[in-house]
Design a protein around this ligand. Structure first.
Ligand SMILES: Nc1ncnc2c1ncn2[C@@H]1O[C@H](COP(=O)(O)OP(=O)(O)OP(=O)(O)O)[C@@H](O)[C@H]1O
Length: 461
């Protein structure tokens, strides 16, 4: 952008807005930046009119630094941004009306607009870009069903899973798809933190009736990271009422969290049971095949950025093996690898990969837990975990129990007494005996040997 002058003007803002649009993408731009109008420069402050306080605060929090940096580059003397609510301004005759740039539609009045503003959606988080594998196929199928926007079959849809496994990606994908399939629906996506923020703001501004009305007027409500409201009593209360009102009206609700409803501490029981009343689906940690699929699709994206760089299959497989279950870490590693190779002007070899990603590879070294081993073994032998660790001595439980103890000894750094404690408070000599027995049996019984090997590979993948 050419330098637009020493002070901030409406014309300068118009030019700057295009740059911001390139940076944050059209959707975010339309939601957050387009409704703003530059009002005036007051000393070192650039003052904007926003349709609602929420929009102003959101822009300040999420894009404030970026806007300031762009301003610094092109306009002298601005150190701070301020946002005034357009509705309040109208009552003040001293404020000159701000000229609207010809292309920008007039913002809707605050009360209509406020509730319909979704948090920004990431244009990359679509169903097309979501790689489906065994660990996430159910979550993906349920998300797809909701995204059709037809009859509400399960309400709420509760998606949960560990960090970076694609919960937010799926929620954004539902939102994008609904916008396409059912533009008539009001779809509201926001994080639980933003829900609380809007709630507190409505309390402070004495606009609770507006808040309630707006939240109850949406057709699809999606709340990300709901564990955030645990322990926050009045927010939980309001969430509960919003939730009930929407369910009663047969409006779809989608919730995500980092754990299952019954594992979220400090959540009121009535909310917990509400959250469990629809379809609860978890995104399992990625397995090797899914990581491979995700890497292959992300390599394609990197190739567009670095057309001269190649990544051979051996390295992709190495990364899928060695990097943790968290897809965000996997993506970050790939981005770093391509950027590094391009900066040093070298091809991507195994040596360069290990060098450039040494810290990530170290941090991702598998830490297999006793619970994970118990879960896998119980699944493999089709018995309940309670039977695996319980007192029953039936062979059908005792053998898998010994296999699980053997794997705990092999794959974790836990001591025998610790393992014993985690298997229903057994003595360390029982564990020692179990481990020995499996060592012997592996030599004599091909089936046991195969079971152990299968389980070990599954746990290490
Ligand atoms: N199956 C998948 N296919 C493609 N990309 C994926 C997949 N799963 C996750 N990702 C990518 O991994 C990154 C992290 O995903 P996302 O933000 O959805 O995780 P999350 O489960 O919401 O994590 P958090 O609990 O930290 O919020 C995103 O860039 C997302 O696109």
């Amino acid at each position: 952008m050419e330098r637009v002058g020493s002070g901030m003007t409406t014309a300068a803002w118009r030019v700057l807005r295009n740059e911001i649009c390139d940076t944050i993408g059209e959707n975010n731009y339309k939601t957050w930046i387009e409704p703003l109008n530059f009002a005036r420069q007051s000393n070192d402050v650039a003052v904007f009119h926003a349709p609602t306080a929420f929009v102003g605060n959101y822009v300040r929090q999420h894009y404030g630094d970026m806007i300031l940096a762009k301003l610094h580059a092109h306009v002298a003397g601005i150190r701070r941004l301020d946002f005034e609510v357009a509705a309040n301004i109208a009552a003040q005759p001293s404020q000159a009306p701000v000229q609207q740039p010809a292309a920008a539609p007039a913002p809707k009045p605050a009360a209509q607009n406020d509730g319909l503003i979704s948090a920004p959606l990431d244009p990359r988080f679509t169903f097309d870009n979501f790689v489906v594998g065994k660990p996430n196929e159910l979550a993906h199928a349920a998300a797809r069903r909701v995204a059709e926007g037809s009859v509400v079959t399960f309400n709420p849809l509760f998606l949960y899973g560990g960090v970076g496994l694609g919960k937010t990606h799926l929620m954004h994908a539902i939102s994008w798809e609904l916008r396409r399939n059912r533009p008539d629906l009001n779809v509201l996506y926001l994080s639980a933190e933003q829900f609380m923020y809007r709630f507190v703001q409505a309390l402070r501004d004495r606009r609770m009736m507006d808040f309630k009305e707006l939240f109850r007027s949406v057709d699809v409500l999606m709340v990300d990271d709901v564990q955030f409201i645990a322990g926050k009593d009045s927010t939980q209360d309001e969430f509960f009422h919003t939730f009930n009102a929407l369910i009663e009206q047969q409006k779809q609700i989608v919730i995500s969290a980092d754990r299952a409803p019954d594992e979220i501490k400090d959540l009121e029981n009535r909310i917990r049971s509400r959250l469990q009343s629809g379809l609860v689906v978890d995104l399992h940690p990625t397995d090797y095949e899914l990581r491979l699929g995700i890497l292959q699709s992300k390599v394609e994206a990197q190739r567009v950025l670095y057309p001269t760089l190649e990544l051979d299959d051996g390295i992709v497989e190495f990364l899928a093996h060695r990097i943790s279950t968290n897809v965000r870490v996997l993506e970050g590693a790939l981005t770093r690898l391509f950027a590094f190779a391009s900066l040093v002007g070298k091809p991507i070899t195994m040596e360069l990969t290990q060098d450039c990603l040494a810290d990530v590879l170290r941090a991702s070294q598998q830490k297999i837990s006793i619970e994970e081993i118990q879960r896998r073994v119980a699944e493999h032998y089709n018995i309940r975990i309670s039977d695996l660790i319980g007192p029953k001595r039936l062979r059908a439980f005792a053998r898998p129990r010994q296999v699980a103890m053997f794997l705990c000894k092999q794959l974790t750094s836990r001591s025998l007494p610790e393992i014993g404690r985690r298997f229903g408070g057994r003595d360390h000599t029982t564990v020692m005996h179990g481990v020995k027995r499996i060592e012997e049996l592996r030599m004599q019984d091909a089936q046991i040997d195969e079971d152990v090997e299968l389980l070990r590979r599954a746990l290490e993948s």
